[in-house]
Design a protein around this ligand. Sequence first.
Ligand code: ADP
Length: 332
Amino acid sequence: MTSQKKKGRVFSGARPTGRQHLGNYLGAIKNYVALQDEYEECIYCIVDIHALTTVDTTKELKNNTYEMALDWLAAGLRPDDSIIFVQSHVPEVAELHTFLSMVTPLGKLTDLPTFKEKIRYQPQNINYGLVGYPVLMAADIALYKAIVVPVGVDQAPHIEFTREVVRSFNYHYNTNVLIEPQMKATKVPKVLGIDGENKMSKSLGNHIELASSPQETQQRVMQMVTDPQRARRADPGNPDVCNVFTMHRIFSSEEEVETINVECRKAGIGCVDCKKMFAKNLNEHLAPFRARRAKLAEKPDDVWGVLDDGGKRARAIAGQTIAEVKEAIGLP
Ligand code: ADP
C-alpha cells in the first residue's frame, strides 16, 4: 500500500474555531482524510496564531483547539499516518513568515478579496497580522514544502498568493528551495449555510455542527431556507435553487433524490417533510463519527498527546527547511 502512495507532502490548516461544521467537513476535512491514502505524508495544522488576528479573547482558544482535534480524529485523521499539530508549537513558522514578508509587496496583500472581506467584518481592528495573514499561511505551507493543499474554494486566493510568494522568494534568492503548491478542492468546495445564501461559517452563525446531537441537528435543518419563491405548501418548488436539495444530493439515496426532484416541482412533497428526510439521513451519516468522537473524548490526554507528538515531528521538518532557507538567503 505504502509503495503505491504518491511522493510529496500534503498540508492544510484551519483556525481553532471549535467544533467543525458541515462546510469544514465537505469542503476540507473529507479531502484531509482521503489524501492520507494517496500521499506519502500528510500534515494537518490547527492554526492558533492565525486565530489571533480575528478573536477578541483567547479564553476559548485551548478548548477550541481540543474540540477541533477531536473532530478531525473522529472524522478519520490517523496520527500514525499524518502529522496533526498546533501551529504555535513550531516557532519556525514565524521565522519563515518574516523572510517571506521581505519579498511580498504590501499592495498585493491589501488587494486580496479575503482581506477586504475581513476588514468589513472588523473595521475597528485592522491589525498588522490581518494584513499579513496570507504571508503566514504561505509560510505554513512552504515550511513543509507541501505540494498539495486541500481547502475550500474560499481559500483559492490565498493559495494563488502562496504560489506567487514562493516564486518570488525563489527568484529573489536564486534558489529552488521552496515549492509551489497546488490547491485541491472537494466535490463540494463551497457549502452554503442554513440561510441558503452565504458560505456556511461559524462567524455568520449559519452552520450545522458535526458533533451536535440528533435533536439539535434536526432543529438546525428545520431552519434551513429553501426555494424562496415557494411561499406556500401548495406552490410548486424548484430544487435547482434549494440548498436542502443540494444537501440531499450528498447525503440521501439516489431514489430519494429522484423522488424529491420530481415531487417538489409539482408540490407533491412539502419543505417540512423534505427537511425531515434530510435531517434523518444526515444524522444517520454522522452517527459513526459521533460515536468515535464520544470514545475519543473519554481520554483527553491522548488527544493532547497526538498534538504534542505531531508538533515534534513537524518541528523536525521545519528546522530542516529553515536551515535551507537561511542558506539560500545568504544569512551569515
Ligand atoms: P470558518 O469559515 O468556519 O471560519 P475556516 O475558515 O477555519 O472556517 O475554514 C477551515 C477549512 O474549511 C478551510 O479549508 C475552508 O476553506 C473550509 N471551509 C470553511 N467553510 C467552508 C464552506 N462553507 N464550504 C466549503 N469549505 C469551507
